[in-house]
Design a protein around this ligand. Structure first.
Ligand code: UD1
Ligand code: UDP
Length: 431
């Protein structure tokens, strides 16, 4: 059972659905309805060739608890009705959290796509959602080595971690040529020149619901618009907040404020832009894959690979920083475009295929972890040296973490010198 419910989940689960179709695996597609406007949901089904959902829970908006609870109730009922062997969700939304909880509580194993990302900021609802989903999943599909190590250090046994790449790479590789035409059409419509406009997306709770941050972002965009046209397809949450705090009109006078765009329109516009200013996770990744300079208007990112690749700078929201750094990045646009290193860092375009193959293999004997500890209820974590004979231990224990010669975490057993295993104490004593 594939559960999705927001714009990025439709986009990032598309490659998994395409591959499940190819493999001929039976699946049920549940849409939570957390996003429900046409341009936040159905447009993606149409453009990305997703099937109509078998079930639309139509939960819509609400407080975190209300929305999460409604999704849990809906997913639990769907699990009872469809009896899936495994529930799959992606990312860090309330739909992801609710699916994970409903799934495991119904004794159905949960698989988490894009597991192990960390901003290390527990004030973000997304961080809380990720941490919970990862920790109760039986299968964690980590997009990168770093994400896998984050999981490992959260105590997720290595056998539950697969490094697959991020499915967004599959999507961008598939459509990057096709969307050029869509981009050009929009450029004509809005009278923009390729390589000579800034694209903006803002929607994170920490930016929209914090008046100081929102005001600073608006100031920065208005200031930037004196140097370069600024195009801003705004998330409905952001438009509402801008209106509520009386910033909408001044922004509209200076910036091309648009409704949310379809995927082909957005990716087309992104691929021709001089720079993107964003707080979106997916947009940081897409811009990195396309080699577009990115300013992330946040104070942390769960996508550090995009910073490492050289396309993304974490700038915060103060206009005195945002504007000069944006102008400098625009100047260095062709140098940044040449780096184009992110594809390799965050995936190779085959994540959907890898994930669906693992799901297909796992689904026949999918179970949730359980343990009979009658013999020895005292479970401990032990650090062992690989030079010791660890055979007896590894039979009964599971690998929780591995470190190389330098003490760095590794997920490669061949370079592991120290290994932490979870094991019953009895087993140690008998050794
Ligand atoms: C959610 C995710 C966020 C993700 C984003 C993707 C959570 C906690 N947050 O944030 O991680 O990055 O989706 O876009 O799950 N609204 C509409 N029409 C819609 C959908 C939303 O008008 O179709 C408005 C409503 O006023 C709603 C607000 O947007 O209250 C927020 O929507 P919600 O789904 O709660 O969170 P997002 O900000 O979209
Ligand atoms: N996107 C889109 N239209 C828009 C803005 C974004 O199709 O007007 C796409 C974008 O290409 C990316 C995804 O939406 O793939 C990102 O979603 P969002 O920023 O809402 O969520 P996040 O990735 O931060 O969770």
């Amino acid at each position: 059972m594939i559960v999705a419910g927001t714009r990025p989940e439709a986009i990032k689960l598309a490659p998994v659905i395409w591959s499940l179709e190819k493999l001929g695996v039976d699946y049920v597609f549940v849409w939570s309805g957390q996003h429900y406007d046409y341009e936040m949901s159905r447009v993606f089904f149409n453009q990305l060739g997703l099937p109509d959902p078998d079930l639309d829970l139509d939960v819509r908006s609400g407080s975190h608890a209300e929305q999460t609870a409604r999704i849990m109730i809906g997913v639990e009922k769907a699990i009872i009705d469809y009896k899936p062997s495994i529930v799959v969700a992606q990312g860090d939304t309330n739909t992801t959290l609710a699916s994970a909880l409903a799934s495991v509580k119904s004794l159905t194993p949960f698989a988490h796509v894009e597991a192990g990302l960390r901003s290390w900021d527990r004030t973000m609802p997304e961080e809380v959602n990720r941490v919970v989903a990862d920790s109760i999943a039986e299968l964690n599909f980590a997009p990168t080595w770093l994400a896998a190590v984050n999981l490992m250090h959260s105590g997720v046994p290595l056998k539950k971690i697969y490094v697959t790449g991020n499915t967004i790479v599959d999507v961008v590789y598939k459509y990057k040529d096709l969307v050029v035409e869509w981009g050009e059409k929009l450029l004509g419509e809005y009278k923009l020149e390729p390589g000579n406009y800034a694209l903006v997306t803002i929607h994170r709770q920490e930016n929209t619901d914090n008046q100081w941050r929102l005001e600073n972002i608006v100031k920065a965009l208005i200031e930037l618009s004196k140097h370069i046209p600024v195009v801003f397809p705004a998330h409905p949450r952001t438009t509402r907040r801008l209106e509520a705090v009386g910033l909408l009109e001044s922004l509209k006078k200076n910036v091309k404020l648009l409704s949310p765009l379809g995927y082909f329109e957005f990716l087309g516009l992104l691929s021709k832009s001089a720079i993107v200013l964003t707080d979106s996770g997916g947009v940081q990744e897409e811009a990195c894959i396309l080699g577009i300079p990115t300013l992330t208007l946040r104070y942390n990112t769960e996508r550090p690979e995009t910073v490492l690749a050289g396309s993304n700078i974490l700038v915060g929201v103060e206009p005195e920083k945002v504007v000069p750094i944006a102008l400098d990045m625009i100047k260095r646009r062709s140098e940044i475009a040449k780096k184009k290193g992110c594809g390799n860092l965050i995936g190779d375009g085959t994540a959907g295929e890898k994930i669906s193959k693992i799901l297909n293999k796992f689904k026949d004997d999918a179970t949730i972890e359980t343990r009979d500890t009658r013999e020895d209820p005292y479970i401990v974590h032990v650090l062992i040296d690989t030079s010791e004979n660890m055979e007896d231990l590894s039979v009964k224990g599971e690998i929780i973490a591995m470190y190389d010669d330098h003490g760095f975490p590794t997920i490669d057993i061949n370079s592991a010198r120290k290994i932490v295993i979870r094991v019953a104490k009895h087993c140690l004593l008998t050794k």
